[in-house]
Ligand binder design. Structure first.
Ligand SMILES: NC(=O)c1ccc[n+]([C@@H]2O[C@H](COP(=O)([O-])OP(=O)(O)OC[C@H]3O[C@@H](n4cnc5c(N)ncnc54)[C@H](O)[C@@H]3O)[C@@H](O)[C@H]2O)c1
Ligand SMILES: [Fe+2]
Length: 386
């Protein structure tokens, strides 16, 4: 069934976010000092997480900076799925350090937290007050993103997905001025990511592409990015999970995740993310695994209103033209990379369903769903994935 009207390219008026400076390729980290200097700063505040400290990547980045005469301070305590409190703690250290460029090193958690830090370092208040719709007194510090997972594409936008612990939900904190001015995509930094995390983060990128294609906010440009992302990620994810040292697969995944980020930053996401955000905020499941637990079910439910988008997904995945084949191909890919478990495996129980459905419905991303769900629809979907 066709639901999207095809807009003729000559009729378009699009306001597209600028894409920023991009350094891409094995060894691109070497270009970090020059990238910092381009911001006009000679000092750097690094925001990262304890896992990255263990891998040695934090030391590598610090050596790269100090070797070029750039002074730096490091905050390495950002937890997975960071909360507003974690952002406030990092921001207090950044205020102490003073004017600097901010370098975000890590997965989506570190990158997202760094956006809040770059804003709060030069503005009074706490993270919870910096909903992305709020205009700050001062623009944030310039942010350089160095993703070490190929998943969120968080380097492409200025909002962080941050947990509000008191309300068990994800909120969007940030501003256009903390959209990274530059990103360094170096596949060598992702070779140490274990297979399970490679699979989870890669599924995140795939879902970004799929939800972007099907979003009410999609346009011909976002569809171009999203379709390519779905093709690249589905083609290379099994290879990267199988052999983490395969630099070609790692490069392709970083590119795919970045394209998916560009797509979602234009179009918005959808109900798979709405449900997964609620699940993670409640039981702490890793983002990509929460998405994979509900992806085929939500796609199948949306299919009556997303025929064109899902047919495109099927084509990009080499699975024919049929929306139902896209659903099957996604289920099979998630199973193949070991990312598909029922929600109960993460601690979701039947008594949580009503609350999760309410939270998912209130999440801003759910508004982009091609088929509009009621709270009961969402509760039914969650129950079918328990
Ligand atoms: N801003 C956006 O557009 C956007 C989009 C989707 C998701 N998100 C958010 O991003 C977060 C998830 O990010 P993520 O999936 O990248 O995971 P993550 O940042 O939470 O990282 C997961 C784990 O992997 C480890 N790790 C990261 N890189 C590594 C490497 N190269 N080698 C070894 N270990 C490594 C980290 O130390 C961490 O323990 C969630 O909070 C989610 O809500 C944001
Ligand atoms: Fe995501």
């Amino acid at each position: 069934m066709t639901t999207h009207t095809h807009t003729r390219a000559c009729d378009l008026t699009l306001s597209l976010p600028p894409t920023g400076w991009l350094e891409f390729g094995a060894g691109a980290l070497r270009r970090l000092p020059a990238t910092v200097l381009r911001t006009g700063h000679r000092r750097v505040f690094v925001v990262t997480d304890p896992g990255l400290r263990t891998t040695g990547l934090v030391d590598l980045v610090v050596r790269t900076l100090t070797g070029a005469g750039i002074d730096c301070d490091v905050h390495d305590a950002i937890p997975p799925n960071p909360s507003t409190g974690a952002v406030d703690t990092a921001a207090a250290q950044a205020r102490e350090f003073g004017e600097a460029a901010v370098v975000a090193l890590g997965g989506g958690s570190a990158l997202d937290a760094a956006k809040g830090v770059a804003l709060l370092a030069v503005n009074p208040g706490s993270a919870a007050e910096f909903d992305y719709r709020v205009e700050p007194q001062r623009p944030g510090l310039p942010l350089i993103a160095i993703p070490t997972t190929a998943g969120t594409g968080a380097e492409t936008n200025g909002f962080g997905v941050i947990e509000d612990k008191a309300r068990h939900r994800k909120v969007y904190i940030g501003h256009d001025t903390v959209k990274p001015v530059a990103s360094i995509l170096d596949p060598e930094l992702t070779v140490g990511l274990p297979p399970s995390a490679t699979a989870a983060t890669g599924m995140d990128a795939l879902v970004h592409g799929i939800e972007s294609l099907a979003s009410r906010g999609a346009n011909p440009v976002s569809r171009g990015y999203a379709a390519q992302a779905v093709g690249v990620v589905s083609r290379w994810l099994p290879a990267a999970v199988e052999d983490g040292t395969d630099l070609e697969a790692r490069s392709q995944l970083l590119l795919g995740a970045h394209l998916a980020g560009l797509a979602l930053s234009i179009s918005g996401l959808g109900l798979v993310h709405g449900v997964a955000h609620a699940v993670t905020a409640r039981v702490g499941a890793p983002h990509g695994l929460a998405l994979s637990a509900v992806l085929p079910e939500v796609m199948a439910w949306c299919a009556p209103q997303a025929g064109d988008a899902l047919a495109r997904v099927a084509r990009e995945m080499g699975a024919g033209q049929d929306p139902a084949s896209a659903v099957d191909a996604c289920r099979k890919l998630a199973e193949q990379v070991g990312a598909r478990r029922p929600l109960s495996a993460y601690g979701v129980t039947a008594d949580m369903v009503e609350d999760l459905a309410r939270t998912a419905l209130e999440d801003a991303v759910t508004g982009n769903s091609p088929r509009r769900p009621t709270e009961d629809d969402i509760a039914g979907l969650i129950t079918s994935c328990l």
